[in-house]
Design a protein around this ligand. Structure first.
Ligand SMILES: *Cc1c(COP(=O)(O)O)cnc(C)c1O
Length: 245
């Protein structure tokens, strides 16, 4: 068995234990394998081990991998920060986007989504803890952005995504995840009360990574985004490696 297959089994077990501890069904938590910086062969290994959902952070890298792996029935999620000049490539190649955090990006994605493809599945990225290093809409502005996305023709609103500031303290991780969950419930109630188009599709709380998937699942995550614990550390040099002496 490959290391990747091994790691996927370990993650599946962590998800099962965390969900069971939280009184939830493990089937209610989906695993998104974050393959950024790893090559198409790593994705093929994960596919061979049964993984189907993959996440990418960088548009160009993601599109290259999607093109190379066109023979496989994979679902691709864009989870990185979005610039307006990259929205067309995202709209044409990905099935999901977790990082919609402003109106302009949402409108462009809807306009640029090819009409012969199903609607792009969208989570709104919210900056719950106000961390300065991250993108994401402020919690107070998330409901309005959700209503806007719900009304755009080529987008299907699905839920929220949050990336807390890194913390070693599980209680701290849990507290931030709980805030995301509360906002998720709140917006869901508002959408249903307003009879918003597609309110019933509001079902995805994208929360938790390699280091904090247990507190995320305890808080109600329905999709954990795991990179390092599946593919290994991302410490490869981006520029050409120095030649070994
Ligand atoms: C890289 C990344 C992940 C995966 O993080 P790991 O700690 O490697 O599991 C998850 N979500 C987002 C948005 C990321 O950029």
């Amino acid at each position: 068995m490959t290391t990747i297959a091994d790691n996927l089994q370990r993650i599946a077990l962590r998800i099962r234990v965390a969900a069971t501890d939280a009184g939830r069904s493990p089937d209610d938590v989906r695993l998104l394998a974050v393959s950024k910086t790893f090559d198409a062969d790593a994705v093929r290994d994960a596919f061979a081990a049964g993984q189907r959902q993959f996440g990418e952070n960088y548009v160009q890298e993601g599109v290259e991998k999607i093109t190379l792996l066109h023979d496989l029935p994979l679902t691709w999620h864009m989870i990185g920060p979005l610039q307006a000049n990259k929205t067309r490539a995202v709209a044409e190649h990905f099935q999901w986007v977790h990082s919609v955090d402003r109106e302009r990006i949402a409108r462009r994605l809807s306009e640029q989504r090819p009409a012969d493809l199903p609607p792009l599945q969208v989570c709104i990225q919210v900056n719950v803890d106000g961390g300065p290093s991250k993108s994401g809409v402020a919690p107070a502005d998330a409901p309005a952005l959700a209503r806007l996305v719900a009304g755009l023709p080529q987008l299907q609103l699905r839920g929220l995504m949050s990336i807390p500031e890194p913390s070693e303290d599980p209680a701290m991780q849990r507290a931030v995840h709980d805030q995301a969950r509360a906002l998720f419930d709140d917006i869901g109630r508002q959408l249903r009360a307003a009879g918003a188009a597609g309110a019933e599709a509001w079902d995805t709380l994208s929360l938790g990574m390699s280091a904090d998937l247990e507190p995320a699942i305890a808080a109600g995550s329905t999709m954990v985004r795991v990179g390092t614990a599946i593919f290994g550390r991302r410490d490869k040099p981006i520029s050409p490696a120095p030649t070994a002496a």
